[in-house]
Structures are given as structure tokens and as C-alpha cells.
Design a protein around this ligand. Structure first.
Ligand SMILES: [Zn+2]
Length: 365
């Protein structure tokens, strides 16, 4: 592919993987270097900003339970991101950003894992904003928030994040080190006592569960989100007005707009109509993020014509996040969807990663 970048897959996926990421990885690396400093892995000297470097991606078999694992020089990644149109490349961006946050500076214990993932998510959004523009990256962030209900906090500035990894590179750090450095780097904020403002005390940030009092402003994505919210409203009313629904050309939407739309439908499900009634259908899509949401909608609305889709999704991949979300939706539904969950689990449990299998057992116990 690019100079210094290779994909490794089972033979049947090689062409698809090559096509999906040819030249794209290098573009993301260039943006990462611009924002966060030299990418040092697989490089003999850390002084030159000129590529090539070594960044290979190994596509794991479909039952690999995680989205990705950022091993330096050789990221492991799920085949679920092979959408055919590069629309799920944000996962690769995420793993690339771990080159700076996670691999270059690492959390000192598992309780501070947020240092790895928090800074990496921030870095991912920054790279995506540079590459795709602010509207799209805000939309993608809103989708992530809706799905994961992640706790989030006021974002550090890019500069602090950058200095942070320069100061601590090749070290494992604790939350206290990072927070202390933050105040040291911003003496004005320290003087103002930002770390003592109610709800934003570092102790609350670190130890109090629930949503924080501050959430990043994603209104830059409004122009993309608005039409999806409007369409979801049309689906959520008692009598369906298909004529109005069909007026929206969702074929013209970007992938994450459709994802966001389906998230809204999931929030509103079960939809106010008889069991098994009409739901927005995405049965033709090969995109794993869309297939996941559609399976959740089918489960929550007990939409019998879609049960085969749920079976197929839970049989052909074993990503932990997808698998658990769908089993939860099935188990929280009716007797019928619970029976479906049990049937699918008994047919597929032998192929699941042992952790995923044990988590599913807990859900359907
Ligand atoms: Zn990560």
C-alpha cells in the first residue's frame, strides 16, 4: 500500500482491505504528526517529520472481540470496519492516535485507563476534524455519545495534550501526574481555582459516576443531524405517514448520519405500533455499524421479519460491543425475543471469545 504501510489478512479479505485503506493510513499519520509531533514507531530517528514510517494493520478473524489493539507498528483490527466505502475509518484513526496517547505515554495502572482512552478519543476527534471537517466529526462524536453513553469531560486544549505526551513520553503516568501537569501548564487556571469549581473538582471527575456537568459542544454537526432527527420523529408517531417519510432521500446521507438516525430510532423504540410493525429497514447494508443498530431496532420492536438478520449478525462476527448490545436488546424485549437469544446463543457460543461468552451468559442468565 503506502510506503511503509501494509495490511495483513486472511487471503479472502486481502483485496478488500487493501482497497479500503490504500493511501488513507498515510494521510492520517501526516495529520497526527502535524497535531501531536513525530510518529516515532518503526523510525530510526525521531527528529525527521518526513514519512515513511512503519504502520501495519493486521485484520483479525471476524470473532476477534475488540475493535482494535494498538500494538506499536502492527495494529490489530476487527474486520467489521471493512465497509467497502471507508466510512468506518475512524476506528483506524483511533488506533493511529494511540501511537501518541497510550503507546508513547501509558497509564500507570488500570484504574487510570481513561488517560489512554480519554486522550486518544480527543486526538481521534482532532484528526477527524482536520480530515473530514468540523460538522462531520461533531456528528460522529454525537453518535459515539449516544451509543456508549460515555462519561466525558471538558476537553484539554490540543497544546496541553501535545506537551503532555512530550513531557511524559516513554513513561507510565497516574491521573495525579496528568492533572498536576495541567495546572502547572495553565497557572492562570490554577490561580482561578478551576479544579475546585463544583462538579469539576478533580476528585469528582475521577471518582463520581454519571454524566459530568460539562459536555463538549457538538452543535457544529447540527446541519447533518437535523434531517436525521426530523425523519426519526416521523417514524415515532402513531399513524405512519409513509409519503412524508419517503420524501427524505437517505441514500444521499453520509454513513454517520444514518447511524445517528438509527440511534434516534433505538432511543424511541419500541415504536408506537403493534408488535412486529414497520421499522426503518437496513437489511441490504453491509456496514457493521448500521447492521448493529438495525438488529437492536428489530429486537426492541419484535420485528419478526428481521429475526434472520439478528441471527446472521450474531453468527458472522463476535465483536464484544456489538454482541452484548444485541443480546441485551433481545433479553429486555419479550418472551419471543428471549427465546431467540437463547436459540442463537446455543448455536454460536462455541465460537465466541471466552470473555464474550461469559458476558452473554450473564445477560441471558
Ligand atoms: Zn482505544
Amino acid at each position: 500500500m503506502d510506503q511503509g504501510t501494509r495490511v495483513w489478512t486472511e487471503p479472502c479479505l486481502l483485496q478488500a482491505a487493501k482497497q479500503e485503506y490504500d493511501r488513507v493510513i498515510e494521510e492520517f499519520l501526516v495529520v497526527g504528526e502535524k497535531l501531536f509531533g513525530p510518529y516515532i514507531w518503526g523510525r530510526h530517528t525521531a527528529t525527521s517529520l518526513v514519512l515513511p514510517v512503519r504502520y501495519d494493520v493486521l485484520f483479525k478473524p471476524p470473532l476477534f472481540p475488540f475493535g482494535g489493539m494498538e500494538n506499536p507498528c502492527l495494529t490489530f483490527i476487527t474486520t467489521c470496519i471493512l465497509a467497502g466505502d471507508r466510512s468506518l475509518a475512524d476506528v483506524i484513526v483511533h488506533e493511529i492516535c494511540h501511537s501518541w496517547f497510550g503507546n508513547l505515554v501509558t497509564n500507570g495502572n488500570w484504574g487510570d485507563f481513561w488517560l489512554n482512552e480519554g486522550f486518544t478519543m480527543y486526538a481521534q476527534r482532532r484528526v477527524c476534524r482536520e480530515h473530514y471537517g468540523e460538522a462531520y466529526s461533531s456528528l460522529e462524536a454525537a453518535t459515539g455519545r449516544a451509543l456508549l453513553r460515555q462519561h466525558s469531560k471538558g476537553p484539554p486544549t490540543q497544546q496541553t495534550a501535545c506537551e503532555d505526551q512530550t513531557r511524559f513520553k516513554f513513561h507510565s503516568v497516574m491521573a495525579e501526574d496528568a492533572l498536576e501537569f495541567f495546572l502547572e501548564y495553565f497557572p492562570d487556571l490554577k490561580k482561578k481555582g478551576v479544579h475546585k469549581i463544583e462538579g469539576l473538582e478533580f476528585d469528582s471527575w475521577l471518582n463520581v459516576p454519571g454524566w459530568p456537568p460539562y459536555l463538549p459542544d457538538l452543535s457544529a454537526g447540527q446541519s447533518l443531524m437535523k434531517p436525521t432527527e426530523q425523519l426519526s420523529e416521523l417514524w415515532a408517531v402513531e399513524g405512519l405517514d409513509m409519503a412524508s417519510i419517503k420524501k427524505t432521500n437517505i441514500q444521499a446521507w453520509k454513513t454517520y448520519q444514518t447511524v445517528y438516525f438509527l440511534e434516534k430510532i433505538i432511543e424511541k423504540s419500541p415504536l408506537p405500533r403493534e408488535t412486529g410493525g414497520a421499522v426503518p429497514s437496513h437489511h441490504k447494508s453491509n456496514n457493521a455499524e448500521l447492521r448493529l443498530r438495525w438488529a437492536q431496532i428489530i429486537s426492541k420492536n419484535q420485528h419478526q421479519p428481521g429475526y434472520q438478520h439478528v441471527r446472521s449478525l450474531l453468527s458472522c462476527q463476535g465483536k464484544q460491543m456489538y454482541t452484548l448490545l444485541v443480546y441485551r436488546a433481545l433479553w429486555n424485549g419479550s418472551e419471543e425475543t428471549r427465546a431467540l437469544a437463547t436459540e442463537i446463543f446455543s448455536a454460536t457460543s462455541h465460537q465466541l471469545h471466552v470473555n464474550v461468552r461469559n458476558y452473554v451468559k450473564k445477560i441471558i442468565a
